[in-house]
Design a protein around this ligand. Structure first.
Ligand code: NDP
Length: 237
């Protein structure tokens, strides 16, 4: 079994982030999650973090490193929001807030994480994007742009830090079984399912498995990659 690593998952208090944090913890890694309010989920250690605020990100990393007893070796930048509406109705605030959280938030975390990783001469940065980043989606210009931006971010980090044992990859989930998809009306669900070659939505654990793989020693030569976990929905990206 590989040595335990220090893992930080942003937005790991619920949804996909929680599944990712649990998967690392079950594999024996040292895990800290970030949450904005409330307590950390049972069995996980949490630090408060607002990813739109540099000081909050820096403080969260300092606190996480204290809890972990060393630098973050695996960063999973998962925190994200949607503010969907059609292009002509979208306000500057709706556009900016999604970019600030999903793209600039991931940048702030990666920048802070890189300091420790450069010193260690190893590290794994995983950005949670979405199939719509490269596929596009009506009503999601802000969200899709933020998620596509993560690809440029990961690829530039790969080129900057690839020689120091650090990889940066993007995991792009399609439809995932979450509270959100559970609430979809049956006809909408059917229509979505018809477009997915696998004929089903993914479980959060299936996203977590891909994240764990690109974070593993076995994936040392995979960087700047976009790993789809979408049942074939975005094939041909
Ligand atoms: P949830 O809405 O369930 O959780 C989002 C997480 O991000 C929460 O922990 C939330 O914290 C945190 N977060 C949001 N904004 C901020 C912020 N400004 N600062 C710090 N934390 C923040 O999302 P999902 O689990 O569904 O999605 C997780 C990721 O996966 C997102 O990046 C999403 O875009 C992506 N994704 C999701 C898909 C899906 O089908 N669900 C499909 C493809 C991609 P809090 O609890 O405090 O609000």
């Amino acid at each position: 079994m590989a040595d335990p690593r220090n893992v930080l998952v942003t937005g790991g208090n619920r949804g996909i982030g929680l599944a990712i944090a649990r998967a690392f913890a079950e594999a024996g890694d040292n895990v800290v999650i970030t949450n904005r309010s409330g307590d950390a989920p049972e069995g996980l250690r949490g630090v408060k973090c607002e990813v739109t605020d540099t000081a909050s990100v820096d403080a969260a990393f300092a606190e996480a490193e204290e809890l972990l007893g060393g630098p973050v070796e695996v960063l999973v930048a998962n925190a994200g929001i949607t503010r969907d509406t059609l292009l002509m109705r979208m306000s500057d605030e709706e556009f900016d807030s999604v970019i600030d959280t999903n793209l600039a938030g991931a940048f702030r975390c990666a920048r802070r994480a890189s300091k420790g990783m450069i010193r260690l001469r190893k590290g794994r940065i995983v950005f949670i994007s979405s199939v719509v980043g490269l596929y596009g989606s009506p009503g999601q210009t802000n969200y899709a742009a933020s998620k596509a931006g993560l690809v440029g971010l990961a690829r530039s980090i790969s080129r900057e830090l690839g020689g120091r044992g650090i990889t940066a990859n993007v995991v792009a989930p399609g439809f995932i079984e979450t509270d959100m998809t559970a609430e979809l009306p049956e006809d909408r669900k059917k229509a979505y399912l018809a477009t997915i070659p696998a004929g089903r939505f993914a479980t959060p654990a299936e996203v977590a498995a891909a994240v764990r793989f690109v974070s593993s020693d076995d994936a040392a030569y995979i960087t700047g990659a976009v790993i789809p976990v979408d049942g074939g929905l975005g094939m041909g990206h």
